[in-house]
Design a protein around this ligand. Structure first.
Ligand code: C5P
Length: 233
């Protein structure tokens, strides 16, 4: 979608890439932000940092007031490029700590809360800086940046997403079972799709990309074509 409204024109450009985990959206979003020289927002990392704080402080995740106060003061930054991008929280590198399956599950439970999502909204808007932003997540196109210049929604079969996650973990020499990963992915999808607030779904103007049988290079090339087609380069 090209947004030609004057409001969108006065704001830095945004490309949103949404979809469930394992579709490759994070990898593609980082590659595209690097290619364009734009800022990058991994919105899932914000929910994961909250998950990390909750686990570290042994919080009852239903302690919404506390998590809203943490979310309101969240200091997260992304440093470096592509697969070397590091996530910092309060100046400390938490890149690996937030990537565990446990942290992803806690994050998706926390993400159900409307108050926490609201508290994170202005944090996410603050990433919209010149020359532009590539943001990935679940509701980037539908809720956070509905006036984005280009919105993409990535999908892939559950089996393929579980296989990708399994290979990622294997590379890091972390043991996992394909069946367990499949089950966790389905549970997380179910929570993300059925929640009342900002459920995972494509916006009406999103370009849908099914990456099940595509390589990272093929998806990156396809997105580059879309970026050019939308006049963003
Ligand atoms: O993308 P990632 O797997 O890191 O996100 C972790 C969890 O955070 C997701 O399962 C989802 O529940 C939540 N999330 C969200 N909205 C976003 C990004 C992530 O609800 N924009």
């Amino acid at each position: 979608m090209i947004n030609t409204g004057s409001e969108a024109q006065s704001k830095p450009a945004v490309i949103t890439i949404d979809g469930p985990s394992g579709t490759g959206k994070g990898t593609i979003a980082r590659a595209i932000s690097n290619w364009l020289g734009w800022h990058f927002l991994d919105s899932g990392a914000l929910y994961r940092v909250l998950g990390l704080v909750a686990t570290r402080d042994r919080l009852d995740i239903s302690d919404e007031d506390y998590l809203v106060s943490v979310a309101s003061n969240l200091d997260v930054s992304f440093v470096g490029m592509e697969d070397r991008t590091k996530v910092y929280h309060n100046g400390l590198d938490c890149t690996l700590a937030i990537r565990t399956e446990e942290c992803g599950i806690v994050a998706s439970r926390i993400a159900v809360s409307p108050a926490i999502r609201k508290a994170l909204l202005s944090k996410q808007h603050a990433f919209r800086l010149n020359p532009g932003l590539v943001a990935d997540g679940r509701d980037m196109g539908t809720v956070v940046f509905p006036d984005a210049n280009l919105q993409i929604f990535m999908t892939a079969s559950v089996e393929e997403r579980a296989r990708r996650r399994y290979n990622q973990l294997k590379e890091k020499e972390i043991c996992a079972s394909l069946a367990d990963l499949s089950r966790d992915i389905k549970e997380r999808d179910e929570r993300d799709v059925t929640r009342q607030q900002s459920p995972l779904k494509p916006s009406q103007t999103a370009v849908i990309l099914d990456t099940t049988v595509m390589s990272i290079e093929e998806v990156t090339d396809k997105v580059k074509i879309l970026v050019r087609k939308h006049g963003l380069i």
